[in-house]
Design a protein around this ligand. Structure first.
Ligand SMILES: CC(C)(COP(=O)(O)OP(=O)(O)OC[C@H]1O[C@@H](n2cnc3c(N)ncnc32)[C@H](O)[C@@H]1OP(=O)(O)O)[C@@H](O)C(=O)NCCC(=O)NCCS
Length: 171
């Protein structure tokens, strides 16, 4: 299976915040944003593996700035690393006020997707080739983030998280 470049998975989504997307303060609801992010990340993962995918986990999301009614939402998603059947996707989210010509960061997040075969079992995905410094940095950190989320998801024992332990325990 041929490896693919991170840049091949870039997915850019643009949405307009309409009244039905907002809370009582006139800001975009977090749940609606996470729904759009889920779709953007799934498309990015599918561009990488060219197979159906499911969301395996969503890391913590901190909403730095509310996105206002009538503003535009920009989501940029890219695969940071491919493991065996899973892929980590990094997303950056901005809001934009087109009338005031002002763009502001809303949040960043990591989602993990797993590619499935026709029997709905995890299937192998292509490895990822990094090109830019930022891609390399995200690729290197992905192993630690994966161990942390697998521990939190009850899929890995803390004692087996070699990468994480190396950060805290000296030989
Ligand atoms: C995600 C899912 C396919 C994993 O299946 P599984 O039978 O647990 O398979 P495995 O334990 O062999 O794990 C397969 C891959 O998923 C990854 N994975 C499993 N649970 C994970 C979690 N909580 N977070 C991140 N990755 C996870 C594993 O690390 C493994 O990755 P790798 O192949 O790259 O090493 C399965 O749990 C599932 O279908 N979940 C529901 C998905 C869904 O419906 N999503 C929408 C939410 S409503």
């Amino acid at each position: 299976m041929e490896a693919k470049k991170a840049s091949q998975s870039i997915t850019i989504m643009t949405e307009l915040v309409l009244p039905n997307d907002t809370n009582v303060f006139g800001n975009l609801m977090g749940g609606r944003l996470m729904y759009w992010m889920d779709i953007a990340a799934a498309l990015s993962a599918q561009k990488h593996c060219n197979a159906p995918v499911v969301t395996a986990s969503v890391d913590n999301i901190s909403f730095e700035n509310p996105i206002k009614l009538g503003n535009v939402v920009h989501i940029e998603a890219k695969v940071t690393r491919a493991f065996t059947s899973s892929m980590e996707i990094h997303m950056k989210v901005w809001g934009e006020d087109l009338t005031q010509q002002y763009k502001y960061k809303s949040n960043e997040a990591y989602y993990t997707f797993v590619a499935l075969d026709p029997n709905r079992k995890p299937r192998v995905v292509p490895q990822l080739v990094t090109e830019t410094e930022e891609e390399k940095k995200l690729f290197d950190g992905a192993l630690r983030r994966r161990q942390l989320r697998l521990i939190l998801g009850g899929k890995m024992k803390p004692d087996d998280a070699a990468e994480l332990k190396a950060l805290f325990v000296k030989d």
